[in-house]
Write a protein of this length. Structure first.
Lengths: 147, 483
């Protein structure tokens, strides 16, 4: 896993006090996976996070963008409640009727600031300029995180 | 909206520190917006501030003006530095007007130690506090369990008194005495409890810090007020800046989503999704208000527990007890809240997002010991430039819903700061200036470099000139712990 992927771009100019990134994915699953990679890479060196624990969860939402918001918020929830940082994300997003459903299995280990080169904590995902859209190549999202 | 697409407003000069944007600037503005700043700071403000504060002016039930303080910068929904008061019946409550870090705030404690006594031991003192006070990601606070956490959410700093983390006299020196009405833990989500349970007594990260400071020669602005606080030149004080940690972040996230969905359902449109709101009097609004009050309590308790660790650390490093070193709390202020307050006989819900309450002398909501001078206001600067103690004024109560600035306000992005200065280099530079820094992360340290912030001296000069708070003393750091 690496954040040096051309699917992820970090932006300085969107939020002065915080961090923003845009992510591209050929599929919805890939978009979600790389959004999670970008999120973790904003706070730590994701390549140093081994897989020692897993968490599985499901989410549903009537919009795809709010499903992404909830998915990323879930990763922050486990960061604080279980002290875990993640580096592996297996995502399955499906639409049934008007509702979107997500099944995720995410793997990582207990946060270790030295080993993982943690730079900063993340408080929350914001709705500030939050965007998910279908493009010719697939999907694209813009996320601003509160630090 | 990108900043370059924002139309720069025309400002009507009300006085040297008040600049008004008329309702004609944007469709839907119910009241004008007012920026409180010197011309210099107004000119430096990013355009996003004006876009956001005029969005705030469109919200239902808003009273008089949407305000932005001189340390304002672009935030989410409200700008940081935004203040708005809403009628309780037609008005709203919005997580975007409070911030994700509910009751992020400042605490100032004095000692009777002098710079001469503390400076030789500063490394050992900061190293000890860095070890004893959980800082950054991956650290855990005091073990309390969910049952006690619910009590913290209900009782605030009073919980700390029962559990040995506070002195009796600390409580009256916390805004709202560390406990406010309307915090019902039954409104809390299981997720907020799970996120908050491991973190009570932790400093966090980002711009949160703990500083050992002194008052420089010439750093007393108001001798009479300083004597009420028992402050003198060369005296050592401790400042703590942190909030409600993951507990508050989760509550804000939960309700931002709930309100976003509810607004889509009811077809209510806002200019920015981070301005999602509920009518204050609605069941959803009241549920959020209750959960948010629980997070206000958590943050008061968090800063109180950290202060008790500081007292312990001083006792181990210096010959004396915390009482004999007169390690007394001066005050604890919130700067991310919404509170019900009364103005001109009307009860209003006052949102302060990156703004400090600033009640004047004699206000019944401030401790009797400070009635003569007004409520202490604590404004933290960057770790290089110093911080201020001010006092609230009647003018603030009359003009800005009892509000003033909260800090320096960023002017440079985190990425740009890291490109300008490296963490290790900054640590060395600070050490040369006599400031010993311990940080959980060098990159995080670089992001908080002084060059990334507005000049705190100008911010405090602005609020002083505007009359919405008055400078009492300036503090310079000799030791800093950064999350």
């Amino acid at each position: 896993m690496t954040s040096n992927d051309k699917r992820i771009k970090f932006h300085d100019d969107i939020a002065i006090a915080d961090t923003a990134f845009t992510v591209k994915g050929r599929t919805v699953d890939e978009l979600f996976e790389y959004s999670a990679i970008a999120l973790i890479s904003s706070m730590a060196d994701i390549s140093k996070i081994d897989i020692k624990e897993k968490r599985e969860f499901t989410l549903e939402s009537n919009n795809l963008d709010t499903l992404l918001f909830d998915f990323l918020s879930e990763i922050l929830f486990y960061k604080d409640s279980d002290n875990l940082l993640f580096s592996e994300f297996e995502i399955d997003v499906k639409k049934q009727g008007k509702q979107w459903y997500l099944k995720a299995e995410i793997g990582g280990e207990l946060a270790n600031p030295n080993k993982h080169k943690v730079t900063i904590d993340i408080k929350a995902i914001t709705m500030h300029m939050f965007k998910l859209e279908k493009t010719r190549e697939g999907y694209e999202a813009r996320v601003v995180i509160d630090i | 909206m990108q900043q370059q697409n924002i139309k720069k407003p025309e400002f009507k000069k009300i006085d040297d520190t008040t600049w008004e944007i008329a309702t004609s600037y944007k469709t839907g503005m119910r009241v004008p917006a007012r920026i409180i700043a010197t011309k210099n700071l107004l000119d430096e403000m990013d355009l996003g501030v004006f876009e956001q504060i005029t969005n705030v002016a469109t919200l239902p039930g808003i009273q008089d003006f949407a305000f932005c303080m001189p340390d304002g910068h672009w935030g989410y929904g409200f700008p940081v530095g935004g203040v708005a008061a809403f009628n309780l019946n037609e008005g709203i409550i919005s997580p975007g007007g409070i911030g994700f870090d509910i009751n992020c705030g400042m605490r100032l404690m004095k000692t009777n130690l002098t710079l001469k006594e503390v400076k030789p031991k500063i490394k050992s003192l900061m190293d000890r506090m860095f070890r004893d006070i959980p800082t950054g990601v991956g650290t855990r606070g005091i073990e309390i369990g969910f049952k006690e956490l619910e009590k913290v959410a209900k009782e605030g700093a009073q919980w700390c008194l029962k559990h040995g983390y506070a002195w009796d006299e600390d409580l009256e020196r916390i805004e709202s005495h560390g406990r406010i009405e309307g915090a019902d833990p039954s409104s809390l989500s299981e997720r907020a409890l799970k996120r908050g349970e491991p973190q009570l007594g932790t400093l966090g990260s980002g711009n949160h810090y703990l500083e050992v400071q002194y008052i420089p020669k010439g750093g007393i602005y108001d001798k009479d007020a300083a004597s009420v606080f028992d402050l003198k030149e060369e005296q050592i004080c401790v400042m703590i800046h942190t909030g409600s940690r993951g507990f508050g972040h989760q509550i804000a996230t939960d309700y931002l989503r709930k309100f976003d969905s509810a607004m889509q359902k009811y077809n209510i449109k806002v200019p920015d999704r981070d301005l999602a709101y509920a009518p204050f009097s609605s069941p959803e609004g009241q549920e959020y208000f209750s959960s948010m009050n629980c997070a206000i309590h958590y943050a008061y308790a968090n800063r109180q527990v950290i202060m008790s660790f500081v007292r312990d650390a001083f006792m181990r490093e210096f010959a004396g007890t915390a009482k004999s070193m007169e390690m007394e709390l001066i005050y604890d202020v919130a700067h991310n809240t919404a509170k019900v307050e009364t103005y001109k006989g009307k009860k209003l819900i006052v949102h302060r997002k990156g703004a400090t309450r600033s009640f004047g002398p004699g206000n019944p909501d401030i401790p009797e010991i400070y009635h003569e001078v007004g409520q202490p206001v604590i404004i933290g600067g960057s770790m290089e430039t110093g911080s201020y103690l001010l006092v609230g004024t009647k003018e603030a109560e009359e003009e800005t819903f009892g509000s003033t600035a909260h800090g320096s306000g960023r002017t440079m992005s985190r990425g740009a700061a890291k490109r300008k200065v490296q963490g290790r280099e900054l640590e060395k530079q600070l050490q040369e200036k006599g400031i010993y820094v311990r940080s959980a992360s060098y990159a995080g340290l670089a992001e908080e470099a002084g060059l990334a912030y507005k000049n705190v001296d100008q911010v405090c000069e602005s609020v002083d000139l505007a009359g919405i708070s008055k400078r009492v003393a300036k503090f310079l750091p000799i030791g800093n712990i950064k999350g």
